[in-house]
Design a protein around this ligand. Structure first.
Ligand code: DC
Length: 221
C-alpha cells in the first residue's frame, strides 16, 4: 500500500504525511530531505549547483550520515540549493531507485509507505493506491513558513520568505524534469483555510472511501 503526497512547500504535506504514517503504522519517507541532503553536500564541498554531473555524483555518494542533521537540512540556504539542483534530470534518476525501493519494500515490515515530495504520484509511484495533492495560497504558505522560522528563533521578514517561496515554486513547477503538478488521479486539498486536523480527517475519509481498511483510535467521520 503506497500513499503518495505531492504539493508545494508549506502546504502542510509533511505534517499530513507524518500524521498518516503514524496513524496507519506505515513507513514514512520525506523525499525532499534527499534533495536537501544533496544540496547541502554540494554547498559544503563548494560544488557548482548548476553542474548536472556534480549533482549526480553527490546523489550517488549520499549516505545515511548526510540525512542526520535535520536542522541543517531545513536551513533556508539548503532549501534554495535543493530546489536548484532538483532541476537536474540525472540527479533525479539517481534518487529514483531508492525512493521506489522504499515505497515497494518499506523497512521494518510496515504494511505500507507514505512518501511526500513533488513527483511521487506522477513519476516515483504512478501506481500508488492513494494520491494526494496538497496545496495552499502562496501567502498562507509564506506566513506558515515565517512562523516556523520564528519558532526556531530565526529572524525573518515576511516579504523575503514570500519571495523565496515564489522563486522555489517557479523552479519546481517550470523545470523540464518531473515538474510539480498534480497527477490526474490525485485527490486535491487546498489547506489555505483548513486546520491540520481538518486536513487529516478529510484525508482519512478519502482513504476509507477508497476501500482501504485501517484500525486505530481516531474517527474519520
Ligand atoms: O519538500 P522540500 O521543501 O523539503 O523539498 C526541497 C526541494 O527538493 C524542493 O524545492 C524541490 C525538491 N524536491 C523535488 O524536486 N522532488 C521531490 N520529490 C521532493 C523534493
Amino acid at each position: 500500500m503506497i500513499i503518495a503526497i505531492d504539493g508545494p512547500a508549506g502546504a502542510g504535506k509533511g505534517t499530513l504525511a507524518k500524521n498518516l504514517s503514524s496513524f496507519l503504522n506505515y513507513a514514512y519517507l520525506d523525499t525532499g530531505l534527499l534533495y536537501r541532503a544533496v544540496g547541502l553536500k554540494m554547498l559544503e564541498e563548494g560544488s557548482d549547483l548548476a553542474n548536472p554531473q556534480a549533482a549526480e555524483q553527490a546523489a550517488i555518494s549520499l549516505t545515511a550520515e548526510h540525512l542526520k542533521d535535520e536542522s541543517k537540512l531545513r536551513d533556508e540556504a539548503v532549501s534554495s540549493a535543493a530546489s536548484k539542483i532538483a532541476t537536474h534530470a540525472q540527479l533525479r534518476s539517481a534518487l529514483l531507485r531508492f525512493q521506489r525501493e522504499f515505497a515497494n519494500h518499506p523497512p521494518e515490515e510496515h504494511q505500507g509507505a507514505v512518501l511526500d515530495g513533488r513527483d511521487i504520484g506522477t513519476v516515483v509511484c504512478p501506481n500508488a493506491e492513494v494520491k494526494l495533492f496538497i496545496t495552499a495560497s502562496l501567502e498562507k504558505r509564506a506566513k506558515r513558513r515565517l512562523k516556523e522560522l520564528q519558532n526556531r528563533g530565526i529572524d525573518s521578514i515576511y516579504e523575503a520568505v514570500l519571495e523565496d517561496m515564489r522563486l522555489r515554486d517557479e523552479r519546481d513547477v517550470q523545470r523540464e524534469s518531473s515538474p510539480l503538478q498534480p497527477s490526474e488521479d490525485a485527490f486535491l486539498i487546498d489547506t489555505s483555510e483548513l486546520t491540520i486536523d481538518d486536513v487529516f480527517k478529510k484525508t482519512l475519509r478519502y482513504v476509507k472511501d477508497k476501500g482501504i481498511r485501517y484500525g486505530g483510535g481516531v474517527s474519520a467521520s
